[in-house]
Ligand binder design. Sequence first.
Ligand SMILES: [Zn+2]
Length: 1014
Amino acid sequence: MYSRLHKHGYMRLRHLPEIRHYSGSILKKKEHLAKNIQPGKAVHGFLCSEIEHIKEYNITAYFLVHEKTKTEYLHLERDDTNNVFSVGFRTTPLDSMGTPHILEHTVLCGSEKYPVRDPFFKMLNRSLATFMNALTGPDYTFYPFSSQNEVDYRNLQKVYLDAVFKPNLSRLDFLQEGWRLEHTKLDDKNSELQFKGVVYNEMKGAFSETSSLFGQKFINTILPKGTYGYVSGGDPIRIPELTHEHLKKFHATHYHPSNARIYSYGSFPLEANLKFVNEAYLSKYDYLNPQDTIVAQQERWKSPKRAEIPCRVDQYGGPIEKQNQIAIGYVMSDITNIYETFMLTALAELMIIGPNSAFYKSLIEKNISGGYNSLTGYDNQIRDTLFVIGLRDVEKSKFETVEKIANQTIEDIFAKGFEKDHIESVLHGFELSIKHQSPKFGLNVLFNLMPLWNHNGPILNALKVNELLTKLKTNLMNPIYVKDVIEKYFLSNNHKLIMTMQPDPKFDDTFNEAEAKSLQSKVAALTKEDREKIYQDGLELSEAQKKVEQLDSLPCLKIEEITLNKTAPPLRHAVAETIPLQLCEANTNGVTYFKGVLGTESLKETQRQLLPFFNYVLDKFDTKSYNYRDFDKYVSKSTSGLSFITHITEHIDQQEQYEQGVLIGSHCLDENLPKMLDIWSEIFNKPNFGNSERMTMLLTNYCSSLTSGIIDSGHTYAMQAARSLISSVDQCKENLLGLHHVISMQEIQKNYKIDEIQSIVDQIAKQVLKGSNLRAAFHYSNTNKDIHNIVDKFCTELCKGDEGKELNRINWTDSGKTAKENRGIHISMNIPVNFCAKVIPTVAYTDPDFAKLRVLSRFLSSKYLHPIVREQNGAYGGGATITMDGVFNFYSYRDPNSNVTLDVFDKTADWMANNTSLVDDQNLFEAKLSILQQMDQPVPEYMKGIDLFLYGLSYDIWQTQRERVLAVQNEDLAEVCKKYLSADKWYGKCVIGEGVANLGKENEAWERLSGPQQ
Ligand SMILES: [Zn+2]
């Protein structure tokens, strides 16, 4: 299952690109890795036009153009082992048939040299890739991967390039991935015909999600001319207009080298890439002018426009009269103007984010909505960048008020400008994010550059962030400059759209009618021959899907090519007062990281259920020394912001033990450490939760935020709910992190008085925010000399007045046993496709059988569940996984056939017993590799040793696990499958979704849970 980002670019609040910096002391620049490559010189068919050193990130950038095809190539040479490669195309459809999206799926159904279905998925088991994906944006499609192993990197490069340049694009693949007519009963010519297809189903799902629907329609409406006026992912009603011929033609013109952009990053030699790309592919093509794929700038409107759209009723949302959204958007700069987009990113943050921003004060604090909606922010991923301010869960009668307030807010900003220390705190955030380093640096750069490069923007200049930041600082501090910008982009900007969305109880009916009509007209037009063909195709496709594929053509890493690339982190353990400390000196590049766990086992049940909400509000109130606005400024001027996460962790060797608490964290520049800890002292001194208006607003926003994203992670919720039926640890998790939490919060919102909530939050704070309740971890670089004294002082202050208690590094709680009956839960939700899960308790992480079960989970995923649940049964995905405490999980994702899938889960042990011959050396090795892929992922410097701190999982235990995984034998799989997963074992099941008939078998007790009454 790939996370395909159809909406990539217009869904989230965007901060500064997550571009990270390594200091010179960490990475010594190697002179001239690519000696033969000089500006003006040709090498392997490429002409190098620019070489530049980017000192911010210690990168040498090479820009090359292929002489024959004019393919552009960017290489970023850097002493980083996590190497990246990507090939991307500008894909700009002029219709909503979903051509680029269906093409993205179909090129992954087999190519000339690698005629296997889903080669990426299959390579997942033959590679040590740290990232592999295919992504469709609104105007580009790209295929990136990363790996730390050079043999592996070359293997993946071959598969990727052949997939995009030489795909088979066979008719059957088109029918499977795109759309087709098929008999409801495959072998019955008289049964009714229906639409089927992977993308068809996927987009039906996407269009039923209100926030993605709103995002899609908003872009289509505000940028109506050219490609942005269409749905690149495919409108389900339009998809059946696409033909196989059109798909092939689109490939020939859009996936042509002349329309391609190739990127590589890291320490592997560039020349090898150039040689391969040129010899195997580019040299065999002629130039094809890609002018038809160019996106023109949108013609600006003379006056603002309005639009209204309907959406489906969200059963799990608030009351129906509040389920409306509004968004006000402006078309801003051209993406190629990199300084303007940089400046507008900062401006949007000043205007929108946090309690000091103008829109937060004027709109959010009015408490007329459920908070900002997902469109809100600055979108700099498409040719014409957009600024959007929007609210979710707002009554229709308030639309006019919202509009008035929004206009007034902009006028106020024009009149008063921004406070100086507010600007400073936003700029500080930019600086800190440049220093904070991630092991995904090469991918982050690619994701940030791709939209700009796609429109031929100056990508090398965009990397010089320090220059942009210096200019930005000077400008923002000048009130006249700010006035001009507000005037230009807002007050006199007529390209403005006000769009509203309201739930329509008939929404599904309308869609179903349109679908039925389109089906009818297709069916009516069929000739006798067509019908025969459809019947034959159905059988042939089902046959093809069942066929066991020969994967020998795919390259595979060998066991001797794998090396252990990790070492035990240098940890120091100490105790200050009653606070256990874990200290780790690492290459953190002048940034200090703090993490802490606060135990919550002493909370009462009424308090515990509000814990996630407590975490949400904790840093949003007045503290002893600051009002909440000033506190926010103090926090963002000195740190990355504070985080509070509900933390429930299972035990790695005892199944009924767990730790529950709050995981807290923040980071800062070394010199700000005293300030950062002073901020935490303010929190530990307990904020004042007395502001009931603010509490009410935060409760509304919190409850609204809970329902978004449920569909995207439906399988996770399903597994969680199923686990809660067999494990009391997971019951606790379910109540705090699962769908039960969403439901109980909605009830709390309805039934509680706000002063009761305030009082509970206050009680939680009293019990939890204590020095004696904390254990802490710090990561810091060797330049931070004072850290020990500063931390010591902080701990002493924190524990003052606390009664001493015993030290306990991890506070395990005994969860008690669960009755061993087979139970199921159907969580009925108003969604068109379901999510299924089945869970079986086995053994915990440190048991020798755990590694075998872990390998088995990968084997079953790729050899049993993926082929049957996805390829035959039509779900978007299906697989198996095992949790640390040894619960074996089966899941399906966006599943149209719940009962069939649950049967497939039940028959696992039988299937395994009949298919032991499939466990050959290669398949076993592949299953192991896919686990090593997770285990060998690069660990960020600021996360070293964190498994020990959080779960008690030491490097030694980890290494033992790795050795056990490598030592698993062929016969082990069938053995543990029989021992732990046979049909008579105790289990729990869950289905999330609507309309499942005959759920449950004789020996199962099912309950049905529906959303709150409206
Ligand atoms: Zn897709």
